[in-house]
Design a protein around this ligand. Structure first.
Ligand code: ZN
Length: 343
């Protein structure tokens, strides 16, 4: 995704969704949600990859962290921050899913806190071992190919990409793939000392191993990428299952919701709006497939009959970066809904 100059998009209010934020994040921000519970939003990486939010939960005995970010330097910065908050050790690190922007900092935590247990859903551990290992091998090869293209002639945009990726590669070479050491299938509850964290998997959505965390006493929900703001993340996933997972999350009483990316929310308005969009689009895709005939329907016939203009306005507003993100994300949603439509 192209990095453009920072200029907040106009505030668009429609159906209770306010768009004033950007899917491009340029600075690190720390939010105190409750005593001993913090959320850290990270600036995007130099290769333009967004970095997942990190949530820190401090109990009387130990600390639990949700997601370790993408850049080892971001994980190190978060650890330094945690050490300013508390002398207690990080005992648990939960990866909400396998995507690199939520787990590449794992090894930094293990080096800093040798007794830490890295926790994830069993599928997430498998996906990290396969996909992330492959991604790590592919990254320097693609960078090398870009450098070879640059040798043939100057290209300012490509040079920027190469510079950004070189900075990221230098970091990744100093870290390693750190797989979870404790996996679960449906639930795991951790008591950090007068602070209980319920870790749950209630169905697939964004990936096959999505996990979320909930503090029942404090009513704080940490969702991972089943909820991403200000523009939802659907690039590849399981739309009908995602809707079921969002229904399950909406049953919880919440005072705060930390999405996988974006700012902390204090009610369910955005979650409901995302669910409504997912259900409407899945419903539209299914209806068109039935009308055309499930055996003869092709994506290129179905796609023009799905109208997303209203949702684009609601979620992306006037910000071109949000619009670009929405356009790519929504194509993923429609494609997945089509291929997963009941046949
Ligand atoms: Zn993410």
């Amino acid at each position: 995704m192209q990095r453009l100059l920072v200029a907040l998009g106009a505030i668009v209010m429609a159906a209770g969704v306010a768009v004033a934020d950007s899917s491009v994040t340029t600075q690190r921000t720390v939010t105190k949600i409750a005593d001993g519970v913090y959320s850290i939003r990270h600036a995007d990486a130099p290769d333009s990859n967004p970095q997942g939010n990190t949530t820190v939960v401090i109990g009387e005995r130990a600390v639990l962290v949700v997601d370790s970010s993408y850049l080892p330097s971001s994980a190190a910065e978060d650890i330094a921050q945690i050490r300013r908050w508390t002398k207690r050790p990080v005992r648990y690190l939960l990866n909400t899913h396998w995507h690199p922007d939520h787990q590449r900092g794992n090894s930094v935590y293990v080096d800093a806190f040798p007794d830490v247990t890295v926790v994830a859903h069993a599928e997430t551990a498998k996906l990290m071992a396969s996909y992330d290992a492959a991604n790590r091998e592919r990254y320097p090869k693609r960078l090398q190919a870009m450098k070879e293209t640059l040798e043939k002639g100057p290209d300012a945009e490509l040079q920027k990409t190469v510079d950004g990726r070189s900075r990221v590669l230098a970091e990744l070479e100093r870290s390693r793939l750190q797989l979870p050491s404790l996996t679960f299938d449906s639930e795991l509850t951790v008591d950090l000392g007068n602070r209980v964290v319920e870790i749950r998997h209630t169905g697939i959505g964004d990936t096959r191993g999505d996990a979320w965390a909930y503090l029942p006493k404090e009513q704080i929900l940490v969702t991972g990428d089943v909820l991403v703001a200000p523009v939802p993340y659907f690039f590849a996933g399981y739309p009908a299952d995602l809707a079921r997972t969002l229904h399950r999350l909406l049953e919880l009483d919440v005072k705060a919701v930390v999405p996988g990316h974006g700012d902390v929310m204090h009610d369910k308005t955005y979650m409901r709006a995302v669910l409504e969009m997912v259900e409407t689009i899945v419903g539209q895709v299914n209806a068109v497939v039935v009308r055309i005939g499930s055996l003869s329907a092709r994506l290129e016939d179905v796609r023009p009959q799905i109208d997303v203009a209203d949702y684009r306005r609601r979620f992306a507003g006037d910000d071109p970066r949000n619009q670009e993100y929405f356009d790519e994300s929504i194509e993923g949603l429609i494609k997945d809904a089509f291929y997963q439509a009941p046949k």
